[in-house]
Design a protein around this ligand. Structure first.
Ligand code: SF4
Length: 221
């Protein structure tokens, strides 16, 4: 495998982990809400918050806007940073209501570049959240880069990037612009990062260790 062949890495991960079925949500709106709630917390905590919103019949743009920040914070408490996240959810919903008549369809008809610019201009939405919304809710090919992606590429390929945006460009320049591929690839990197390529990596058990720079140069005897 030549240095950092991203398609070969993808195939190896897919062979081992299989399809990841992301994003676990019943609607595009739920994806957006989940993408904001999952900042700095584990997904299981987000699931509880989303279940609470559903139970209260508030998992909709109008539902969220009908709540005060305090009421919303109470419903999403399990997701952590609930006061800030309540503000972020309301900012997102208000923006869609004021600029797109409350229609995600209208919002998502914009180009990837426009969507990204607009999302990044909103309170509390950074590049990982913006790209998750573009990829998993708008179904447009914007590669999602997170801490796992950085760590894996640094170790697996021995490559470091100055910023996540640079790493995102690297992925997008090496891969076909394909929503399904980007969808699965990010999910597979998360699976590898969670199960093997942790802060303290489990290299001996890792399914792709034979192709990994870090393993070959630092672990293997
Ligand atoms: S071999 Fe180790 S460093 Fe390489 S990808 Fe696997 S867990 Fe990460």
């Amino acid at each position: 495998m030549k240095r950092c062949d991203l398609l070969t890495l993808y195939k190896s991960l897919y062979e081992f982990f299989g399809p990841q079925h992301w994003w676990p949500a019943q609607s595009k709106f739920e994806v957006c809400i989940g993408a904001i709630l999952t900042q700095n917390t584990a997904w299981r905590n987000v699931e509880k918050a989303i279940a609470n919103l559903k139970k209260a019949n508030k998992l909709s743009l109008e539902g969220i806007l009908s709540l005060s920040e305090k009421e919303l914070a109470k419903l999403i408490r399990s997701a952590g940073y609930y006061n800030q996240k309540a503000k972020k959810l309301k900012a997102f919903c208000s923006y869609i209501k004021e600029n797109y008549e409350g229609s995600l369809e209208k919002f998502f008809s914009k180009s990837i570049h426009e969507l990204r610019e607009e999302l990044l201009s909103l309170h509390g939405i950074g590049s990982e959240t913006a790209d998750s919304i573009i990829l998993y809710a708008a179904d447009k090919p914007s590669f999602v880069v997170d801490a796992y992606t950085e760590r894996i590429i640094e170790r697996f390929c021995n490559l470091r990037f100055n910023s996540r945006d640079e790493l995102k460009k690297f992925f997008e320049s090496k891969l076909p612009k394909d929503v399904k591929l980007y969808n699965e690839y990010h999910a597979l990197l998360v699976a590898l990062g969670k199960h093997f390529c942790r802060k303290k990596p489990l290299c001996l058990e890792c399914p792709i260790n034979k192709k990994c720079y870090h393993y070959k140069n630092n672990v293997k005897a």
